[in-house]
Structure formats: structure tokens, C-alpha cells
Design a protein around this ligand. Structure first.
Ligand code: ACO
Length: 335
């Protein structure tokens, strides 16, 4: 049986840095509140007029990941693109990657699993490789949040958290079953869909309806999050997904060399770190610099951890995420 492993990683962040103090000029918030509740110090936001979008940022990250893999764009057999902020309502961003990178007419699939998007996307790519259908799969996570946030005091509970950015990984076939993706575990609980959502525009709440209502109080097209409720579920589900992955591989928490949690809130990462008894150097966080980049966050963090030499040959690396849906999951890898 084939296995899959990551052979190339890349990231792209827009240059424009938005500090907490910058936000406090737009809305009633403070650097102290944001840092204390979330750990975030600054994030990147695309500037108006920039050519960056979820698709173009994803393509920039993908180009780097492909170069570092030693492959060329022509060697990629399939694209999986995870985002909640696609350039178009449809089609998805995956097809744009095929075009921007001038790739052969390979298949392209978009994954709509928000903060768990990269975990789901890796799981999909892994299965295609394990069955022997594809040899090399490009997985991209990218988000352009800043264009769709409510940058007034009304939106402060959500807006201060999110940042823009992209990451990408190339997964490739290996016949060495001791290395690579050992397992993925995915979950959902749709009854909580509206606890963290953008309601409209959607088929249920369509553009003409929004325009006709002309209601300045309508916030349905901004992200809504029941923050405390989401937080409470996140800490439980993160832990469950990690334990499930470890148990499936007969591993113990002591075997974790590096945990890369979705960067939703530094307090969630710290809670998980304490729960699993991990040292600071065993948990990688960069939310302080980038905020929550949703489907891009795990792959940007994985890329940085690798770039900084924090992941070594033979390490057990755990990826875990929780987010809107609710969806959650984990991937266990041997590097
Ligand atoms: N600045 C100042 N005050 C604020 C801000 C702000 N930016 N935002 C909210 N407040 C106020 C609120 O109005 C409230 O005031 P009140 O007590 O007078 O009513 C008070 O601060 C507390 O608000 P809470 O929402 O209870 O704050 P909480 O401590 O829960 O922190 C946060 C909010 C950071 C969002 C937290 O709940 C959280 O991180 N939740 C989980 C996020 C998560 O994991 N998301 C999943 C991934 S995202 C995805 O899938 C798209």
C-alpha cells in the first residue's frame, strides 16, 4: 500500500501589518483587550487596490511549495483548495490555481471546512495518494478575511481576530510506511452551524433580498461568532481529536514532538499545551503575528515551524483544528 508525505511547504502573507493600536482607531477596542483574550499582537490585511485575493495568495504559496518539493507544476496530479473566502461564490479557487500556475488540466477540488479546512484537505489528498489514484497532490489553504469584516465597534468581537494569508503543501506518494501521514480523523456537528457563520449572501438570504431590505442594521453578510460558546467546544474537541489520532497509532502524548494547533486563540493553544503536558518548544504558535487565518493557519504554522528548523526527521507531528460547522479533526504525521 502507498503512503503520502509532505515534500514541499510554502506560505505567503500580505506585507501590510495591522496592529491592535491600528484597530483601536477604527473601533472601540484596545491592544490590552486583544492581547489578553487572544494573544494576537498584529495581523496582515490586504490593502485596497492590491492584486492579492485568496486565489492569488494561494498560488504564490503553492509556487514556493512546488519549488521546494523539487517537482514542477507539471508533476502535480490534483489540487485541493481550502478556503471560506473564495474569490467567487462559484467556481472555487482550486480552478484558479490551475490557471494562475499554468498547470495541465488536472482536477481541482475546493474544501469548505473553515478553520478545519487544511486538516480536511490533507485528509482528502492523503486518501487519493493512498489508493494509488494520484502521485502528487497540491494542497492550498488561503483566506482573504479583511475584505469582508465589519470594521466598526459592532464587529469588534470577530474582526480583531482574523488575518489574511496563505499556505501550501505538496503531498507525494511514498512506499515507506514508517514516514508520512499516519492518520487523519475528521468530525462535524452541524447543529451548531449558526454559532459561527456568514448567513448571506446565500441561497437562503440572497443579494436582491438584502438590497431590497436596505437595512443598515443587517449584519447577516458579516461573520457572526458566539465566541464563548465556540471557545468551550474548541478546547474539548481539540483534545478529543488529538487523543483519537494518538490512540489510532498506538502513540502516547509523550511521543508528540511537535503540535501545530489551528491558530484560533493563543489561550486555546495554551490550554491544549497544558492538558497534554507539552513544553513551549513542542507547540508552535504564530497567531501573535498573523491572527486567525482560518484554512491557512495550520499550513502557515507548519511551514514556519519547518523553516525555523523546529521539525526533524522522524518527529511525530500532530496537526489539529476546530472551527465553524462545527468541524474538527487531527492529522498525525511522522516527518
Ligand atoms: N475589544 C474590546 N471589547 C470587546 C471586544 C474587543 N475587540 N470584543 C468583544 N468585547 C467585549 C464584549 O462586548 C463583551 O462586553 P460585555 O461584557 O460588556 O458584554 C466582553 O468584551 C466579553 O466578550 P466575550 O465575547 O465574552 O469575550 P471572550 O472572552 O469570549 O473573547 C473571543 C472573545 C476572543 C472571540 C473568544 O471567545 C474566542 O476566542 N472564541 C473562540 C474562537 C474560535 O476558536 N473560533 C474558531 C475558529 S474561527 C472559524 O472557524 C472561522
Amino acid at each position: 500500500m502507498y503512503n503520502s508525505k509532505i515534500i514541499g511547504l510554502g506560505k505567503y502573507l500580505p506585507d501590510h501589518v495591522v496592529t491592535n493600536d491600528d484597530l483601536s482607531k477604527m473601533m472601540d477596542t484596545t491592544d490590552e483587550w486583544i492581547q489578553e483574550r487572544t494573544g494576537i499582537i498584529e495581523r496582515r490585511w490586504i490593502v485596497e487596490g492590491s492584486e492579492d485575493t485568496s486565489a492569488t495568495m494561494g498560488a504564490k504559496a503553492a509556487k514556493i511549495a512546488i519549488e521546494r518539493s523539487g517537482l514542477t507544476k507539471d508533476d502535480i496530479d490534483f489540487i485541493v483548495f481550502a478556503t471560506l473566502s473564495p474569490d467567487y461564490y462559484f467556481p472555487g479557487c482550486g480552478v484558479q490555481i490551475q490557471d494562475i500556475l499554468d498547470m495541465p488540466t488536472v482536477g481541482a477540488l475546493d474544501v469548505r471546512n473553515q478553520c478545519s479546512g487544511f486538516i480536511y484537505a490533507v485528509a482528502v489528498a492523503d486518501q487519493f495518494i493512498k489508493t494509488g489514484m494520484y502521485r502528487n497532490v497540491l494542497v492550498v489553504g488561503s483566506e482573504y478575511h479583511s475584505g469582508g469584516l465589519d470594521k466598526t465597534t459592532r464587529g469588534r468581537g470577530v474582526t480583531v481576530i482574523f488575518g489574511d494569508g496563505a499556505g501550501a503543501a505538496v503531498l507525494s506518494r511514498t512506499e515507506d510506511n514508517t514516514k508520512g501521514i499516519l492518520s487523519s480523523h475528521l468530525h462535524s456537528e452541524g447543529k451548531y452551524a449558526e454559532e459561527l457563520t456568514v448567513i448571506g449572501p446565500s441561497i437562503k438570504h440572497w443579494v436582491p433580498e438584502i438590497i431590497e431590505a436596505n437595512d443598515a442594521e443587517d449584519t447577516s453578510y458579516y461573520p457572526y461568532m458566539n465566541g464563548t460558546f465556540v471557545f468551550k467546544h474548541a478546547v474539548v474537541r481539540f483534545s478529543e481529536a488529538i487523543i483519537e489520532g494518538l490512540e489510532a497509532n498506538n502513540l502516547k502524548k509523550e511521543d508528540i514532538a511537535m503540535l501545530i494547533p489551528h491558530q484560533a486563540n493563543l489561550r486555546i493553544s495554551q490550554f491544549i499545551q497544558r492538558k497534554f503536558g507539552l513544553r513551549d518548544d513542542q507547540v508552535f504558535n504564530n497567531i501573535q503575528k498573523y491572527g486567525n487565518t482560518t484554512a491557512a493557519s495550520v499550513v502557515i504554522a507548519l511551514t514556519e515551524a519547518w523553516e525555523e528548523g523546529k521539525i526533524h526527521d522522524g518527529d511525530t507531528v500532530v496537526l489539529a483544528a476546530f472551527g465553524s460547522g462545527f468541524t474538527w479533526g487531527s492529522v498525525i504525521m511522522r516527518w
